[in-house]
Design a protein around this ligand. Structure first.
Ligand code: SAM
Length: 383
């Protein structure tokens, strides 16, 4: 016996090391009953025919085991062409961006892991440069965290003692503030690469607010890797095509309705899901996916707290929001948050017979106060 306290984490690490059972450690940042109360409250919103009343906001569409499985199925659906194109372009884009993260050993904080496929690529490269790095995936869904981190960690033999999954809603400013403080205590002044990939920024009602919330946590030595869907066209035809893209796969429809299926007793029928595309403030395409009662009868929906809500004819529930950003919108967003683009990679979609205005962009961003190489801003954005 020594007088040195043996920390529970160190003891746990030893206890779990030789066990074949698939344990995973996780830091839970929020009371999950509060989350359920928030979701229930959001589903009790006022009558609206435009998706502006009852809603399922960002992280809730992925929250829980049902939506997690549905998301994994959607990303693997061979008919979800955009997802496939995205996986391919990510590899190319990351190779272009990677040299800017090579010189310094970064820690890696992944905001929204999903299936973990992209994290695996990033982690493999970063681990080669910095054997002492921490990998900190952050997600609102504990099931997504468990599924999404097994892929990058197991496959690479990355030490479990350097993985710290965090269950947290990162759209809440206080949560991000607490996360930032905890990270600073964990890694000191060492730099962190934060990632927000898979067009996750587009799922939030206010993309500016989310980007601002994340940016406030970045220290000058940190970087943010941002992946977004983009468009070079901003008319109603393009908005309709953007909505169409999501309508084409059965697996995506299963995913987008799964939060409703698992948290309410509403019977979901295909005809009641509407994919609506519009041009937003003349610099982005906005797609709202809504459930709508387009029958002539009122319906009732049972909520998790055993109350019921009446859905009158034409009432809607907003299930999912997504966007395609123009370069102008991206410039405006990053400028308002004080972010500088260090590298930018862009690919257009080529799987359609006719030329498509849609593509994917990967941006490596530095916060205010960062020492960045002399960059010609317009050159970066024109790539
Ligand atoms: C569109 S997926 C992207 C997954 C992955 N990064 C990729 O590039 O494929 C969004 C991910 O972010 C998580 N997420 C969405 N909103 C969130 C929130 N407010 N807080 C925490 N996680 C959230 C979801 O659970 C999901 O894992």
């Amino acid at each position: 016996m020594t007088d040195e306290p043996v920390h529970v984490i160190r003891k746990l690490e030893q206890a779990l090391r030789d066990d074949d059972f698939a344990w995973s450690l996780m830091l839970v940042g929020e009371d999950q009953t509060d989350k359920l109360a928030t979701l229930t409250g959001d589903l009790r919103g006022p009558h609206s025919e435009t998706g502006d009343g009852k809603q399922i906001t960002s992280g809730f569409s992925y929250w829980g085991i049902g939506p997690t499985i549905a998301w994994a199925n959607a990303t693997n659906d061979p008919f979800y062409l955009v997802m496939k194109a995205g996986a391919e372009s990510f590899l190319r884009h990351w190779r272009k961006v990677r040299p800017h993260t090579d010189k310094t050993g970064f820690h890696f904080v992944s905001l929204g892991v999903g299936t973990g496929v992209k994290d695996r690529t990033i982690l493999a490269d970063m681990y080669r440069k910095n054997r002492d790095m921490f990998y900190i995936p952050v997600d609102m869904s504990s099931e997504m965290l468990r599924m999404g981190t097994l892929e990058p960690v197991r496959g690479l033999g990355f030490p479990m003692s350097q993985v710290l999954p965090v269950q947290l809603d990162f759209s809440i400013a206080d949560n991000m503030g607490e996360l930032g403080q905890m990270l600073a205590r964990l890694v000191g002044d060492e730099p962190i690469l934060f990632t927000l990939t898979g067009n996750t920024l587009a799922n939030f009602e206010s993309d500016l607010e989310l980007l601002g919330t994340i940016t406030r946590v970045l220290r000058p030595q940190d970087r943010l890797l941002l992946e977004v869907a983009s468009t070079s066209s901003l008319d109603q035809t393009a908005a309709d095509a953007a909505a169409d893209e999501y309508q084409q796969t059965r697996a995506f429809a299963e995913f987008v309705t799964s939060a409703l299926r698992y948290n309410t007793d509403l019977r979901i029928e295909d005809g009641l899901i509407d994919y609506r595309g519009e041009v937003e403030t003349n610099d982005a395409l906005l797609v709202k996916i809504v459930w709508q009662n387009n029958t002539s009868e009122s319906m009732t929906m049972g909520l998790p707290d055993h109350t019921e809500v009446t859905l009158k004819p034409n009432d809607t529930i907003l299930l999912y929001t997504t966007r395609k950003f123009s370069t102008e919108r991206l410039k405006k967003l990053t400028a308002e948050c004080g972010l500088t683009a260090i590298e930018h990679a862009h690919s257009g979609f080529r799987y359609t017979r006719r030329p498509s205005p849609f593509g994917l962009d990967l941006l490596l961003l530095a916060p205010e106060g960062a020492e960045v190489p002399n960059l010609l801003a317009e050159d970066i954005w024109s790539q």
